[in-house]
Design a protein around this ligand. Structure first.
Ligand code: ADP
Length: 277
């Protein structure tokens, strides 16, 4: 083949070469921990809110960023009804609730307004939330990620210094396939996976019998297969659901509840990775 006509031009090659992204830490924070799930509805936001409150309960300064652009849950789960203020027209002041600093796309739009956004808008919203929010002196910021492996995850993983990600899933086969995809994505993007959490692991009836509604041990198996830490199991519990719906997460409302204790145990494992080396 004629060399002159084959191949691609140099400018084009420049465009396709892998980009080196600079990963900036979120200003005003020491460590950024993302809570991610491959699928929606597996309890990611519930865990993220309770995990943030558990970090606070062990004496740390904590913020939570609800980056679930298409389905923000923070305003409802933390019962926040007002909008954040901007004193200088540039920086947004996070809203303080239950002793933690909160920011969500849901503060800026009506509860029932669908976010019909394409990738670049999602990316720019995430940039706003990570660059323009005046987080104040936080030990940890917990990021409630949107489910899946799309634009928001990529923006975070490539442009923001994420110190670690916790992946949460139900033990159901169909969810586990997506968990594996999530693990591969974070590994590829060199975001440390802190561990996996199995949510809705089983339901315990009044007579003490356990029912494995979504299957058994699936997340732990995936953790072993991919050599990741298994952080623990959270059973199906009505109080966890009710307190989220009421706007005062269980760890805050009742830190001695058996489920709160499980979440606080998981939280201590994570804290140790960062603060007690
Ligand atoms: P995601 O963020 O993954 O979409 P959510 O945290 O919104 O999921 O949880 C989906 C629903 O399941 C919510 O109604 C929540 O209260 C409920 N839920 C989550 N985890 C549990 C659990 N372990 N037991 C009972 N209900 C749960």
């Amino acid at each position: 083949m004629d060399k002159k006509t084959s191949g691609v031009s140099e400018p084009f090659m420049g465009n396709t070469a892998p980009k080196n992204f600079t990963k900036n830490p979120i200003k005003g924070t020491r460590f950024t921990i993302a809570v991610s799930s491959a699928k929606g509805g597996v309890g990611k936001s519930t865990f993220a809110m309770n995990f943030a409150l558990a970090l606070k309960s062990i004496g740390l300064k904590v913020g939570i960023l609800d980056a679930d652009i298409y389905g923000p849950s923070l305003p409802k789960m933390m019962s926040i009804k007002h909008k954040p203020e901007s004193k200088d027209g540039k920086g947004l002041v996070p809203i303080e609730k239950y002793g933690i600093q909160c920011m969500s796309i849901g503060f800026l739009v009506d509860e029932e307004t669908p976010m019909i956004w394409r990738g670049p808008m999602v990316t720019s919203a995430i940039k706003t939330f990570t660059e323009k929010v005046l987080w104040n002196n936080l030990d940890f910021i917990v990021v409630d990620m949107p489910p899946g492996t799309g634009d928001a995850q990529l923006t975070f993983a490539q442009q923001i210094k994420v110190d670690g990600v916790i992946i949460i899933s139900t033990p159901q086969e169909i969810a586990l396939l997506d968990v594996k995809r999530g693990i591969k994505m974070f590994d590829k993007l060199k975001v440390p996976i802190l561990g996996l959490v199995d949510n809705m692991s089983f339901f315990q009836s009044d007579d003490g019998k356990n029912y494995s509604i979504f299957g058994e041990g699936g997340v732990e198996k995936v953790a072993k297969e991919y050599k990741k830490e298994f952080l623990g199991k959270i059973p199906i519990n009505i109080d966890l659901r009710v307190t989220s719906d009421e706007g005062k997460p269980l760890v805050e409302k009742d830190p001695n509840h058996e489920i709160s204790k499980i979440i606080i145990e998981i939280t201590k494992k994570i804290e140790k990775l960062f603060l007690k080396k």
